[in-house]
Design a protein around this ligand. Structure first.
Ligand code: NDP
Length: 300
């Protein structure tokens, strides 16, 4: 946890929230397995040797075990071709014991990432990257919600910080975080109820002029930029909730996209890095694997 001795903001403890959800999920998984004889299984495919990706995949596997799910890791060499990876995806699509499929990103440059993600059966698409799942979300009838954005909304929900009627500013327009989060928050309702939807959302990016003017207007500010300590105190409205999605390695430290120590003096509530959004991302992946196992049962 960052040094919080001078903090005035309420710290939103993502680790504790993730633990609480995993506890609930374990009960669900146990009940499901007892009733159906099926143990939900997450299959992860990791291409290459990227150290951060190896850590992420390992954490996902450990989390599966904690809630009583099975996990399987397929390691492929860094010179794997798109066709070979597509072959793996097709085998996992066809495997009735696999509930969810995850291709750990980023994949090496020679691989056509979108072709691979599009090939994952949408019923096993636990990252919610498939265009079909993105479309369902955009129409307000999601089957899977993308893990990091849903993690952000879970933090707000479990901290009793509603989004309805609030001005939310999201800095970042990636397909993984910024856009799907905005898409969730503008809907009329959410799986957590209408209080955690119905926001007035502004998405900012590197071409946004006068960024600080926009961010200072937000009741809830989400930073998903990928630049260490980019958000400074002067960019934050006093009392606002600040959610830091960023994970940046600076030397041997993990640092968010928000300058925690100074922003915590101004904000009403803030997530730390580490221990904020990160643990929720993994947890929502497990939640999606549970949904996938149910979905496949319905369709068989
Ligand atoms: P991307 O690099 O895909 O997107 C970054 C976004 O930030 C882009 O839209 C970019 O704008 C915008 N941006 C960059 N510089 C500026 C700037 N100076 N002013 C305004 N906007 C800017 O990143 P991701 O969305 O994938 O990830 C964002 C961060 O979140 C990273 O630190 C990543 O590690 C972390 N992350 C954390 C997760 C977790 O579980 N906690 C999960 C996923 C990501 P433009 O589009 O114009 O280039």
């Amino acid at each position: 946890m960052p040094n919080s001795t001078q903090t005035t903001a309420r710290i939103l403890d993502g680790k504790a929230i993730a633990k609480e959800i995993q506890k609930e999920l374990k009960v669900d998984v146990t009940k499901f397995t007892k009733e159906t004889g099926i143990v939900p299984k997450l299959a992860a495919v990791l291409v290459g040797e990227d150290p951060a990706s190896q850590v992420y995949v390992r954490n996902k596997q450990l989390a599966c075990e904690r809630v009583g799910m099975l996990s399987e890791l397929h390691r492929l060499p860094s010179d794997t071709t798109t066709e070979t990876l597509l072959g793996w995806v097709q085998r996992l699509n066809a495997d009735s014991a696999t509930s969810g499929i995850l291709v750990q990103l980023p994949v090496p440059k020679q691989i056509e990432e979108l072709r691979v993600l599009d090939a994952i059966d949408w019923r096993k698409d636990v990252d919610a990257f498939h265009p079909y799942n993105v479309g369902l979300l955009s129409q307000g009838r999601p089957r899977f919600l993308p893990c990091t954005p849903y993690g952000v909304v879970q933090i707000l929900y479990r901290s009793q910080l509603p989004t309805s009627g609030k001005k939310v500013c999201v800095i970042g327009r990636s397909d993984i975080v910024g856009k799907p989060l905005a898409s969730m928050l503008v809907q009329r309702t959410s799986p957590l109820g209408p209080e955690w939807a119905n926001a007035t959302v502004t998405i900012c990016h590197s071409r946004t002029p006068n960024l600080a003017d926009v961010t200072r207007d937000a009741d809830i500010l989400v930073a998903a930029i990928g630049q260490p300590e980019f958000v400074r105190a002067a960019m934050v409205k006093p009392g606002a909730t600040v959610i830091d999605v960023g994970i940046n390695r600076v030397g041997d430290r993990l640092v968010g996209d928000v300058a925690f120590a100074e922003v915590a003096q101004v904000a009403g509530a803030i997530t730390p890095v580490p221990g904020g959004v990160g643990p929720l991302t993994v947890t929502m992946l497990l939640s999606n694997t549970m949904i996938a196992a149910r979905l496949q049962l319905e369709q068989n």
